[in-house]
Write a protein that binds this ligand. Structure first.
Ligand code: ASP
Length: 330
């Protein structure tokens, strides 16, 4: 049967209508990017609440929320040295509503994990660097060695009986512990936690002996005398802990600091990334953030570092650096 005129016209129009509908979807994406954010934004933290990565994230969450005009929620997704969170964030919708806060572990994981389920360089867009935090070598308050020099001798003589807390393979604490053990030629008993927040609780309680962790988790406990501090891992002493010597002062070749950055899944529209970068930059110039970071031994990065370009450069350099210094499984 021959088609009636209007029907034939409709049939002829169908492909064009489909094309228009497809264009309409694209327009929807553009609109979503232009209106972003229309609901709350979640920042995934790859370690436990109360630890240093969590602390830095919660410090910037409120001023970022103000800049974005939406709530910023902090969600802790623990496990496997931060890689469980990395996988979850890589698989999230690229719509700007799931953001990942990660640290130096983003650059060590590709070497440490042979079957890492994501590629930090291709599965994410970088938003910007946040802060670079010194580390401290600390122990339970009644641990025998008094100084860094004593600690070096003690670890060389008693390695088998020393428990070293960390946040799992790929965590900054594990990396720092690894550098310490390699520098001394010793192997300690590593005790992994889901984050150094809970590890700190056990260290203060005396259940473990030693830890290397960011000042954002250790400054208050050091100043309160709840843990013993041996050294900072920066080239110079830091203002928040002026009495704590550098590891280098005791002849130990150990220098490491923990850089943090924000990521969104690959293919997140550029407009959304820019909105997040601008919110990050606002948060990092917020006086409360600056003061609270200073009290914890750190500072926000300069504005030109809180950008996708600077962040990508850092990530690429650090992946190359650590690939030459560490090996799988360690
Ligand atoms: N400081 C931890 C680390 O070793 C992680 C954390 O709990 O934030 O990477």
């Amino acid at each position: 049967m021959a088609l009636s005129r209007p029907l034939r016209a409709a049939a002829a129009l169908t492909p064009l209508a489909l094309v228009l509908a497809a264009c309409g979807d694209g327009g929807g994406d553009d609109e979503a990017a232009a209106n972003y954010p229309e609901e709350s934004v979640s920042i995934i933290v790859p370690f436990s609440a109360g630890g240093p990565t969590d602390t830095v994230t919660r410090l910037i969450a409120e001023p970022m929320a103000e800049a974005l005009g939406q709530q910023v929620l902090v969600e802790n997704v623990e496990g496997a040295g931060g890689t469980v969170a990395g996988s979850e964030a890589a698989d999230a919708d690229p719509d700007g509503y799931t953001v990942l806060m990660h640290h130096i572990g983003m650059s060590t994981a590709p070497t440490l994990y042979e079957d890492l389920p994501y590629d930090p360089l291709t599965d994410f867009e970088t938003v910007g660097l946040v802060t670079e935090v010194p580390m401290t070598i600390i122990a339970r308050s009644d641990f025998e060695p008094e100084t860094m020099e004593d600690l070096i001798t003690y670890l060389q003589e008693n390695a088998d009986s020393v428990n070293l807390a960390n946040a799992g393979v790929g965590a900054a604490s594990q990396l720092c512990g690894l550098l310490l053990q390699d520098a001394l030629g010793v192997e300690l008993n590593e005790v992994p936690y889901d984050g150094t927040g809970p590890a700190m609780t056990e260290l203060v309680g005396g259940q473990v002996d030693l830890m290397c962790d960011q000042t954002t988790n250790t400054t208050n406990q050091i100043n309160a005398g709840e843990v013993k501090a041996y050294a900072v891992t920066t080239p110079d002493r830091i203002d928040a802990l002026p009495d704590v010597p550098t590891a280098i002062e005791s002849g130990l070749d150990l220098e490491v600091s923990v850089w943090h950055g924000l990521y969104v899944p690959a293919e997140t529209p550029e407009e959304i990334v820019t909105t997040l970068t601008e919110a990050l930059q606002e948060a990092l110039t917020n006086q409360t953030v600056i003061d609270e970071m200073a009290a914890l031994g750190t500072a926000p990065v300069a504005e030109d570092q809180a950008t996708p370009e600077a962040h990508t450069t850092k990530l690429e350099e650090q992946i190359d650096l650590w690939a030459g210094l560490i090996s799988p499984g360690r």
